[in-house]
Write a protein that binds this ligand. Structure first.
Ligand code: FE2
Length: 365
């Protein structure tokens, strides 16, 4: 086993949001994104302080949790941050070892290794803190055969809008404060054994007004990719600063969800009410000269506002939603990779100009 493999991770286990109203948030993810109901825990299962809804689409699992009382860490989190991501859970083979290896390397413990058992088997959970109030929970579920985790019951409502072709979490981006990027890059390198894939600086990612710096950290099998952004000095307030101001600190900025047919997926999402950022039409006039040899029809991409970028391995198609809550914080990326392993650097300028247009409408530029 190499030095970097002290923490083998087989994938993103689930992403848990703390929200103001989990019942309604679950309805949104069903209706707008086509997530399927899986499991529920709340008053009916013996919980007194919270309710959680578990939704799934292919490999993507979302958990929406709300507080049932004001005296609650969940309520505090929601009051401070608004609806946002609390847990990025990672599937591991050995949650006790994951906790030991990471806390020994300096991680702050969030949950000591804990065994949860029900009639469907046994799960071991442990957790550490990462940026802001966000945490990683290590999930060892090789001896569990239930619908989600012990304590949850199957949730089987009649209402089941169809899926939209979303397959897996491609990456989850964290926004951190001024001068904090390298601290968290070092955390993922030293505490979790990740390696740096790419870095962007303010020369790559700046428009007239906004600037940011970013480094992408990935685990050894590349299933976990965490870009970390920090604001850079620009003429006006950057989108990262806007996020940090409204989220009241560092947090998860966007989740990129992969599809095998981005035009079909985006067309359905638009029909279901998901709002996407729109780059200027002129973006498509130069597309053929910038990115040659793509399979997709440029007119279809133009109609759906889908962006394209190429790197040495291939190309990718991507599109970003507007924030999915009232605070301009969390949003989604829809991505289809056709060989490319990068993150769409060629689109940053057009994209950030589209974001700035939204910022100026909010009066936060
Ligand atoms: Fe992204």
């Amino acid at each position: 086993m190499s030095e970097t493999e002290f923490l083998p991770i087989s994938g993103t286990d689930y992403v848990e949001f703390y929200v103001g109203n989990a019942k309604q948030a679950a309805h949104y993810y069903q209706t707008a994104f086509g997530f399927q109901p899986v499991a529920y825990a709340g008053l009916e299962t013996g919980l007194k302080d919270r309710a959680s809804y578990v939704l799934k689409q292919d490999k993507i699992v979302l958990v929406l949790t709300t507080a049932l009382t004001p005296e609650s860490a969940i309520a505090d989190h929601q009051k401070t941050h608004g609806d946002g991501i609390k847990v990025i859970a990672l599937t591991v083979d050995d949650a006790r070892k994951a906790w030991k290896e990471t806390t020994q390397r300096g991680a702050r413990s969030y949950m000591e290794p804990t065994v949860r058992i029900d009639e469907a088997g046994e799960v071991v959970l442990s957790g550490i803190h990462t940026y802001g109030d966000t945490v990683h929970i290590f999930v060892e579920r090789k001896n569990y055969f239930g619908c989600f985790l012990p304590g949850f019951k199957k949730w089987n409502p009649a209402y089941r809008p169809s899926e939209t072709g979303l397959l897996y979490v491609d990456h989850i981006v964290g926004n951190v404060g001024w001068g904090e990027m390298n601290r968290w890059v070092n955390f993922y390198a030293n505490v979790m054994g990740f390696e740096q894939l790419i870095s962007f600086d303010d020369k790559d990612i700046s428009t007239e007004y906004t600037a940011l710096m970013s480094k992408v950290m990935a685990n050894s099998n590349m299933r976990i990719k965490f870009p970390i952004n920090e604001p850079a000095e620009g003429r006006k307030k950057s989108q990262i600063e806007e996020y940090i101001e409204f989220y009241r600190g560092a947090g998860a900025q966007h989740i990129a969800l992969a599809t095998n047919d981005i035009a079909k997926t985006v067309e359905q999402l638009v029909q279901r009410g998901v709002e996407f950022l729109q780059v200027p039409d002129s973006y498509y006039d130069t597309l053929n000269s910038r990115v040659q040899g793509i399979d997709e029809d440029v007119e279809t991409l133009r109609k759906l506002h889908i962006l394209v970028d190429r790197d040495e391995d291939g190309y990718l198609l991507q599109l970003f939603t507007k924030p999915v809550e009232d605070r301009p914080t969390l949003f989604y990326e829809i991505i289809q990779r056709k060989g490319a392993r990068s993150f769409g650097k060629g689109n940053f300028k057009a994209l950030f100009e589209a974001i700035e247009l939204e910022q100026s409408k909010r009066g936060t530029l």
